[in-house]
Design a protein around this ligand. Sequence first.
Ligand code: PLP
Ligand code: ZN
Length: 416
Amino acid sequence: MTSPSRQMRSALLHLECTHCGAQADADLPHGVCPRCGKVLFARYDLDRLRAALPRDALRGRPPSLWRYFEALPVRHPDNVVTLGEGLTPLLPLPDLAREFGVRSVHVKDEGLNPTGTFKARGMAVAVSRARELGVRALVAPSAGNAGAALAAYGARAGLDVHVILPEDTPPGIVAETRAYGVHVQLVRGLIDDAGRLARQLQAEHDGWFEVATLREPYRVEGKKTLGYELAEQLDWSLPDVIVYPTGGGTGLIGMWKAFEEMEALGWMHGERPRMVVVQADGCAPMVRAFREGRTGAERWADASTIAAGLRVPAAIGDYLILRTVRESGGTALAVSDAEILAAMLRFAASGIFASPEGAATLAALPHLRDAGVLGPRSRVVLFNTGSGLKYPEAVGAALDLARAARAGGRARRPPA
Ligand SMILES: *Cc1c(COP(=O)(O)O)cnc(C)c1O
Ligand SMILES: [Zn+2]
């Protein structure tokens, strides 16, 4: 069973703006902050949570993210829409630890989620909560995987779903999304162009609710379970360095929120990890803003990368991503598509069939070593956010590149 037991109750209190501090009623559907338009967070009654959910109570709970039910926003277990998301494996990579001279490297393999990516976490919670609040129709722009996850959970819940994708979204992901029987619309441009259309459609249709990244408060609640799981799987300690492939930043922001909640609950002590943002060098707005010391990021022109989930030229949560990286003593760096493709095969050599986005975290390791971020005592966690199965084109490109490199290597060798 992956559903929570019927006796459990959420400790959700209200919504609170991460920018201006305004509060909003959590039991009405809200998008962004009604006062300033920035990101809303769900806030919980931590005293109640401490009493209702002692750490040890997790033993014997369902092997899904719903094991943290009281710390999630769905009021009643009957409203949970689940496909078994979460509690993915945290796998050691001793070869990489040796190669980079660190204490340990683990990969959290999110490719094992329903729909093959960690987008399932956010959508499971957002769709459950939307249904609980009486929403009947959902609309979202997506670079691909969020749309597929929304389609799957929307289908499961019996809701009307509309997904808007860039026309060059990887074709397998478009086909998957259509297969769930939802409305799919392709647009010329990128995810922010799709976002403009989504907002227009929401405004035109009574009762439609938009679930774009960080434009409603509950997807990040699903993603924060990455942080809860990491702590639980590491026996209530945290790694020194977390390397996260960053598009809209929901997972990074969510984990940071989870660490704060777990500290308030007395579940965790000690230092938080350094959070490392990895982007593709063809779309690296957060890296540029971090280097320039800015608190927000400018839109990246002509965004292009094989890692579709990282092709996010502008993010509403930019200020939260940058704040998290700085507070954590982390850093932000970009890797090339060629480095990403090589890293996919390096992951595969350890049995892990990674998405290009996940492979970007492995590709970041040499840069982090050179920058002095890694030390002999560092425990490092990489996030493989999706399965390579969703990207046959990228896998083909990776194999072609490796073949060309081998042929080139032979050609350069002097004849015997
Ligand atoms: C969406 C996505 C990302 C980026 O996630 P954010 O939390 O929005 O930064 C990374 N990898 C994959 C596979 C994705 O689908
Ligand atoms: Zn506000």
